[in-house]
Design a protein around this ligand. Structure first.
Ligand code: E4P
Length: 221
């Protein structure tokens, strides 16, 4: 499973990158607004320089011609840019054309398996089912991942399943069990994956016992 970080914050991207397990970055307009990105293209260029993996940059247009123009522009920023396009009718049309032009896309805001089927047929490089937002409204985000995995396997679609809107480590675990290709998550969740209280208390005990032994070895009998 590939790990992407879901942020536009350069410090957070660097921190995840330093851990040595980061495969890519996803951004969206809300994440950019959160940190007050003024020069969007310059910011995406900086992220693309920081990591070798794919960096999703989202269009804000909703009409086919405008999406196409924006996507072509974003794709020129760097080779590892993946253009994020919303799962609307104009978006699906644009994904088809962009795919034909060799521009890679991440089809975003996916909330149903039939939407995911359309995105794959249009040639999306990634599909982003939003697990957390479905759970937020008492729906079942993980069922969507399971359905999309089954459908893509049935027909051999190459579109990668990017589990998005991840809220906690159980989302990562379940998505991995089901065979999602990628999980994109905030830095806080990457951090939570790492920690276990028994690891902390176990290490504390190992070090205490070791230090006790050193003291005993130094004390003459
Ligand atoms: C990723 O590509 C999405 O933009 C992101 O995961 C959405 O997450 P949220 O539901 O926490 O905003």
């Amino acid at each position: 499973m590939k790990f992407f970080i879901d942020t536009a914050d350069l410090d957070e991207i660097q921190e995840a990158h330093d851990l040595g397990v980061l495969d890519g970055v996803t951004t969206n307009p809300s994440l950019c607004a959160k940190i007050g990105v003024a020069d969007f293209e310059g910011h995406i260029a900086k992220i693309c320089n920081m990591i070798e993996g794919d960096v999703s940059a989202e269009v804000v247009s909703t009409e086919y011609d405008d999406i196409m123009a924006e996507a072509r522009h974003l794709a020129q920023i760097a080779d590892n840019v993946v253009v994020k396009v919303p799962l609307i009718k104009e978006g699906i049309k644009a994904i088809r054309s962009l795919s034909d032009e060799g521009i890679r896309t991440n089809c975003t805001l996916c909330f149903s398996a039939t939407q995911a089927l359309l995105a794959a047929k249009a040639g999306a490089s990634y599909i982003s089912p939003f697990i957390g937002r479905l759970d937020d409204i008492s729906d079942n985000g993980m069922q969507l991942i399971e359905d999309v995995v089954t459908i893509y396997d049935n027909y051999g679609f190459e579109t990668e399943i990017l589990a998005a809107s991840i809220r906690h480590p159980m989302h990562v675990l379940e998505a991995a069990r089901l065979g999602a290709d990628v999980a994109t998550m905030p830095l806080s969740v990457i951090d939570q994956l790492l920690h276990h209280p028994l690891t902390d208390s176990g290490l504390e005990r190992f070090l205490a016992d070791w230090n006790k032994l050193q003291k005993e070895l130094k004390t003459p009998a």
